[in-house]
Design a protein around this ligand. Structure first.
Ligand code: NAD
Length: 257
């Protein structure tokens, strides 16, 4: 008997086997969930996602750029056709132009700011907006954030501003979707993990060195710890939890020196 037996969900944001979304997906699959996946609409990303998703039996692997409402709607339609109504959605998507992550923050261009906000923050609103009719009563939505939303982390720049908007969106969405359909919306704030996205953040190596020095657990997190806590926030184990930003960071966020 798995914790997620009979549950079906959509996972947005797998790029490869280092992706935090993949670590969550593996845990969900191991507990019996059936999963749908998106990939960026190009053959290389489709190949990468299929390589991971097909061996775990996924029947829904669809193109979806989250900056396009029509693609989001089409992705949910395809998932419902095959799986039926959904019990959970994982949103593990972020993007900022490399210049915006390497130049000083005050030099962020309007175009880069708006693009980063659209893909990294507004997409959660769009996914909830278009996904609502495809979700069961009591479904769970999970997004991924980082402490750069509430503290200045060198090099995180516009992505910190996006994560602040994302975390605030979690609270507004949780309040409304909870009343509307008992849907829970939470964020998991991950400590630094090497992935495709984090490789684009200048000074990321220094951040990884910093955590073992400062964090209460004196180490970095393992990627599977995101998988385990993701499973908790998407399963019935967290049935009374919504609107939260849950830190999985070896305790780093509590330290003030
Ligand atoms: P990743 O590169 O594996 O995942 C990011 C995903 O976003 C990729 O699958 C990419 O294809 C997708 N994406 C980008 N633009 C998109 C678009 N327009 N439409 C659809 N998908 C798009 O990296 P990751 O580190 O696993 O990132 C997942 C989430 O975790 C992000 O929100 C990231 O900010 C967050 N996070 C990561 C860390 C870390 O240290 N790795 C820490 C805290 C939070």
């Amino acid at each position: 008997m798995g914790l997620m037996d009979g549950k079906k969900g959509f996972v947005f944001g797998v790029a490869n086997d280092h992706s935090l979304a993949w670590h969550i997906a593996e845990r969900l699959h191991n507990e019996g969930a059936q999963l749908a996946f998106n990939h960026l609409p190009n053959p290389k990303m489709e190949r990468r996602v299929r390589l991971l998703a097909e061996p775990i039996g996924s029947k829904v692997i669809v193109p979806c750029d989250v900056s396009d409402d029509e693609q989001i709607k089409a992705a949910f339609h395809q998932a419902r056709e095959t799986l039926g109504p959904l019990d959970f959605v994982v949103h593990a998507v972020a993007y900022a132009n490399r210049d915006a992550l390497s130049n000083p923050f005050y030099q962020t261009t309007r175009a880069d700011f708006l693009q980063a906000m659209d893909i990294s923050a507004y997409s959660l609103v769009a996914i909830c907006q278009h996904g609502l009719e495809f979700m069961n009563e009591g479904a769970a939505v999970l997004t991924l954030t980082y402490i750069g939303s509430v503290k200045m982390i060198p090099g995180y720049n516009v992505m910190g501003v996006c994560k602040a908007a994302l975390e605030s969106s979690v609270r507004y969405l949780a309040a409304e979707l909870g009343r509307e359909k008992k849907i829970r919306v939470n964020a998991l704030s991950a400590g630094p993990v090497r992935t495709l996205s984090s490789a684009g953040i200048s000074g990321f190596g220094k951040v990884l060195e910093h955590y073992p020095e400062k964090a209460p657990l004196a180490r970095n997190i393992a990627a599977d710890e995101i998988g385990k806590s993701g499973l908790y926030l998407l399963s019935d184990l967290s049935s009374g939890v919504t609107g939260e930003v849950h830190y999985v960071d070896a305790g780093y966020n509590i330290v003030g020196w």
